[in-house]
Design a protein around this ligand. Structure first.
Ligand code: SF4
Ligand code: SF4
Ligand code: SF4
Length: 350
């Protein structure tokens, strides 16, 4: 541990951590755009600048490492005006369409501009910049005029997803997130996992929504396990009017805030009209809707009949990677302990 001082508070923190981490440990909030605990520190957006005694320049808290005896300030006038200036520069080339933007209410740029008092009138924004939109992907859109070039999408795609589908192209005010040959994201190496969409702090990368909704209208989030494969990714189902309207990956879980295209985007089956919601029992050759109690009775009667006539090994159970580990445990237990057979297998072995 080392001793440092933050805003006149003497604290002990672990040696080797960043100033940002040290501030968080003592409950001081520092704004960030490009930082993500899962990614290598980048220090590109500079919004996290702080003052460090004896340092001539402001220091980016996300890359600056604490040293013993360090004196840090996070809220001086100089820091506040620098952060405001950074926001004004971002805002100046931004399509400040908060009224119509689907990200409003869930946007770091909007929140920080409000917090630091950036006026809408500081924007010199003009529309029709070349290659602004890319809507070719089935699941998400890019609006490059809402991009603040934090680079998080690119680093997530490179460092965590490992696909390397996107990168920065050009320099200065022509810099943009792009993919090779610019034929449209749908024709790039992108696998549509949406992990870049999850981390974008603005409305530059947005899921194509069935119905637009405002963040503050969300009724609840329901934590659950993805049903598509055996990894067991954790996700929050975002629910509005009893419908799932978005899926957010959980960071404190096995998937560490990542999902694949199925987990992230393929959830419309949930309220598909063809989906079975009641058990069907075949009666005189026709499937008839029934109650769960009736279906349960049919199943137990048939199981008992078969067991009596042919013995336990007349049963075979076939489970699925789409079930949770717990469900799979229960089905094998049911077959082994209740039905008395080891004939139990799993679709992943196919
Ligand atoms: S991305 Fe954020 S700041 Fe930009 S228009 Fe949308 S809500 Fe407003
Ligand atoms: S959707 Fe996934 S693969 Fe495609 S650019 Fe984003 S992170 Fe990369
Ligand atoms: S698209 Fe979003 S995440 Fe990517 S650089 Fe722009 S603002 Fe950052």
């Amino acid at each position: 541990m080392i001793n440092i001082r933050i805003n006149d508070l003497d604290v002990q923190v672990k040696e080797g951590i960043t100033i940002l981490a040290a501030c968080r440990e003592v409950g001081i909030t520092i704004p960030t755009f490009c930082h993500d605990d899962r990614l290598e520190p980048h220090g590109s957006c500079r919004i996290c600048v702080v003052e460090v005694e004896k340092s001539k320049k402001l220091v980016a808290a996300c890359t600056g490492i604490v040293r013993d005896g360090m004196v840090i300030r996070t809220n001086t006038e100089k820091i506040m005006s620098t952060r405001k200036e950074i926001l004004e520069l971002m805002w100046a080339v931004h399509d400040n369409d908060c009224l119509g933007c689907h990200k409003a209410g869930d946007c770091k740029l909007q929140d920080y501009c409000f917090e630091y008092g950036v006026e809408a009138s500081t924007s010199e924004y003009k529309t029709n910049i070349n290659g602004r939109y890319d809507e070719s992907n089935e699941f998400y859109t890019i609006d490059r005029d809402k991009c603040i070039q934090c680079g998080k999408c690119i680093r997530v795609c490179h460092e965590l997803q490992g696909t390397d589908a996107i990168g920065f192209m050009n320099r200065s005010n022509e810099m943009k997130v792009a993919h090779p040959f610019e034929l449209g994201m749908a024709y790039s190496a992108c696998v549509s996992c949406g992990n870049c969409v999850n981390v974008c702090p603005t409305g530059a990368l947005l899921e194509k929504k069935r119905k637009p909704f405002r963040t503050w209208d969300i009724d609840k989030k329901v934590r659950t396990t993805c049903i598509y494969c055996g990894v067991g990714c954790q996700m929050d189902l975002v629910v509005k009017d009893n419908k799932v309207v978005r899926i957010d990956p959980v960071i404190e879980a096995v998937n560490k805030g990542l999902l694949c295209v199925k987990g992230k985007f393929v959830y419309r089956f949930i309220d598909h009209p063809n989906r079975l919601t009641k058990p069907l029992i075949r009666k005189n050759g026709t499937l008839v809707e029934s109650t769960w109690d009736e279906a349960f009775d049919v199943i137990t009667d048939k199981i008992n009949d078969i067991k009596e006539k042919y013995g336990s090994d007349a049963f075979a159970g076939f489970s699925s990677a789409k079930c949770t580990t717990e469900d799979n445990y229960i089905i094998q237990k049911f077959f082994r302990a209740v039905l008395g057979t080891n004939n139990i297998d799993h679709c992943a072995r196919l």
